[in-house]
Write a protein that binds this ligand. Structure first.
Ligand SMILES: Cc1ncc(COP(=O)(O)OP(=O)(O)O)c(N)n1
Ligand SMILES: Cc1nc(C(=O)O)sc1CCOP(=O)(O)O
Ligand SMILES: [Mg+2]
Length: 218
């Protein structure tokens, strides 16, 4: 399936849940919050376990009409026919990923706190550029912190949707959207909540108040 453009809204990233039934139950609730994008991410399972989970999460996303990207692996994205991939500094070259995936699939690139990575990612054809960590992250406590100003600068100068990640909560989300974030990438605040559907739905109001979306990259 293709993503709705411009990409703007809640972007859910799955937690490291080893039990597939538990993960699917949590994802099922979270999808009820109508995220614009979901990333399958698991840093603990082996490749076979990740493939099984990713394929099952993709089926839930398809049923909900939500595009799903895979963290780290172009091969896994191709294998299960996901909607794209998210690549960090250790995950391969975004331009090579574009050559493998073609024009229709989503490629997101981690930029951390580094402007040069954002410029290179935009040149390589990334569909969105992710900055973080914006706040202290329960999932990645050692992540480098990124200044809020990078969000607005990327939005103004690079013409790509901008994702913010790291320690985002429904309470601190508004300042990120006001600063220029199009996508709020969230793990703990939604997936550790008693009901991910209820917590996820709290993000909708933040986007109604924020700046206008960035144009789709050419
Ligand atoms: C939306 C989004 N932004 C950043 C990341 C982090 O990617 P990376 O640095 O490759 O770290 P891991 O997620 O692989 O641990 C992300 N996954 N998603
Ligand atoms: C996967 C990831 N990448 C980050 C970065 O800064 O690049 S922060 C992060 C974890 C985000 O999880 P939570 O919403 O629980 O803080
Ligand atoms: Mg990675």
């Amino acid at each position: 399936m293709s993503a709705e453009w411009p990409l703007r809204g809640l972007y859910l990233v799955t937690p490291d849940e080893p039990d597939t039934a538990t993960l699917l139950a949590r994802v099922g609730r979270a999808l009820a919050a109508r995220p614009v994008l979901l990333q399958y991410r698991n840093k603990l399972l082996d490749a076979a376990g990740r493939r099984t989970q990713a394929a099952e999460v993709l089926a839930l996303c398809r049923a909900a009409g939500v595009p799903m990207v895979v963290n780290d692996s172009v091969e896994l994205a191709l294998d299960i026919a996901a909607d794209g991939v998210h690549l960090g500094r250790d995950d391969g070259d975004p331009a090579a990923a574009r050559a493998r995936l073609g024009a229709g699939r989503i490629i997101g690139v981690s930029c951390y706190d580094e402007w040069a990575r954002a410029v290179a990612g935009a040149r390589a054809g990334a569909d969105y550029l992710a900055f973080g960590a914006m706040f202290a992250s329960p999932t990645k406590p050692a992540a480098v912190r990124a200044p809020l100003e990078l969000l607005g600068r990327a939005r103004r100068e690079l013409g790509r949707p901008v994702a913010a990640i790291g320690g985002i909560t429904a309470e601190n989300a508004a300042q990120l959207v006001a600063a220029g974030a199009d996508l709020l990438a969230v793990i703990s605040d939604v997936f550790a909540a008693p009901d991910p559907a209820v917590r996820g739905a709290e993000y909708a109001a933040v986007f109604r108040a924020g700046p206008r979306p960035a144009a789709r990259p050419q």
